[in-house]
Every structure is written in structure tokens, then in C-alpha cells.
Design a protein around this ligand. Sequence first.
Ligand code: HEM
Length: 183
Amino acid sequence: MTGMHHMLVHFPLGLWALATLMILVGALLPGRLAELSRAALLPVLVLSLLGALAAIVTGFLVWPLEASTHSPLTRNHILMAFWSLGIFTMLTVLVWRAGEAAFDGARRWVLVLLALIGGLLFATAGTLGGHLVGAPTLFSDILGLLGWEVYTTFYSPLWVVVVMVIIGIAAGGLGLKSQRSSG
Ligand code: HEM
């Protein structure tokens, strides 16, 4: 059964990487390739969410929760999987609701920012999965430079919490401001 998780994780990871690339191409480049990227983005995002759900369900089915949550490595792997799912769900809803206007004007930068954050998060989820199967990558050294020691860090470093709170307050403020100016 462990093979199921190993096999299924390739769907969200591959499709999230593809969606990130399509958003960058759709937002930053002119021409036919950018048009195609924008037009095909929604199905890719929807498929990525289905793949992620399959990966998460198999993760929980295969390994006992007690075992998973008692290792910093697996705990953070699960957290990163859920953060990635959250960001790409947000992107899917935005692209779905905005339709053809999703890339219009300044809106594209919201997609680009979310895609870049999502890219870092799913790369971290995959990297931690790699550590779990004994296949570490150099990406962990970058995490190490940020204060995240993959085998022992259970928590977000304080500066990450501070940055998250600032981003949350800024996003709330921006939302209120644009609601007032459109209403
Ligand atoms: C979007 C969700 C997820 C992604 C993209 C993901 C990704 C990965 C990757 C890339 C690996 C390495 C597999 C390999 O190299 O063959 C892995 C392994 C692993 N994952 Fe996940 N994972 C996800 C969700 C979960 C969840 C929810 C759990 C647990 C509840 C979990 C538990 C594990 C464990 C325990 C391993 C090590 C497998 C082993 O030792 O054989 N994963 N995952």
C-alpha cells in the first residue's frame, strides 16, 4: 500500500509545477503560448486538486496518525501538503470565478504571487517526503539557511510567524480598501 502514496504524489507535484509554469507564462509572456497557458489553466488546477486529495487520503490511510505526528519530518510534510493544497485551492477559485478576466491588469500579479508561494510550499512538501524515503536534496540546505532543520524543527521560527501575521493584516487591509473603493 505504501506504493500507492509514492505513485499518487506525482500527480499533485507534477500538475502544481505545470500550473505554476502556466501562470508565469500566461502573466509574463506575450503570444500564442501565453494564450494557451491561460486557456488551459483551470483544468490543470482542478486535476491538481484531485491528485492532491488522492495523495493526502493515501498518506492518512497508509501510515498510523500517531506515527506521522510524532516525527517532525512527517508532521511538517503533512503541514506543507495542506498549505500547498490551500494555496492552489485559492488559485483555482480565483481563476474559476474570474474566468477570462483572471489575468487582466494587476490581477495577474495576485496569481503570480500565489503561484510562487505555492511553488515553494509544494517543493518543501516534496523535499520532506524525499527525506522520509532517504532521498534528501540540496533544497533542504536552503531551508536550513532559513533556520529550518528538517529532522528536528517542529515549529515555524518566530520570524516566520511575524511575517505571516504582517501578510495577514496587509491582505485584510487591502481587501477592505478595495471593497470600499468598489462599493
Ligand atoms: C499533497 C500531498 C502530498 C504530497 C505531494 C506528498 C509527497 C510525498 C513525496 C514526494 C514522498 C516521497 C515519495 C518517493 O520518493 O517515492 C512522500 C513520502 C511520504 N509521505 Fe507524502 N505527500 C503528501 C501527503 C502526505 C500525507 C497527508 C501524509 C501522511 C498523513 C504523508 C506521509 C508520507 C510518508 C510517511 C512518506 C514516506 C514514505 C515511506 O517511507 O515509504 N504524505 N510524500
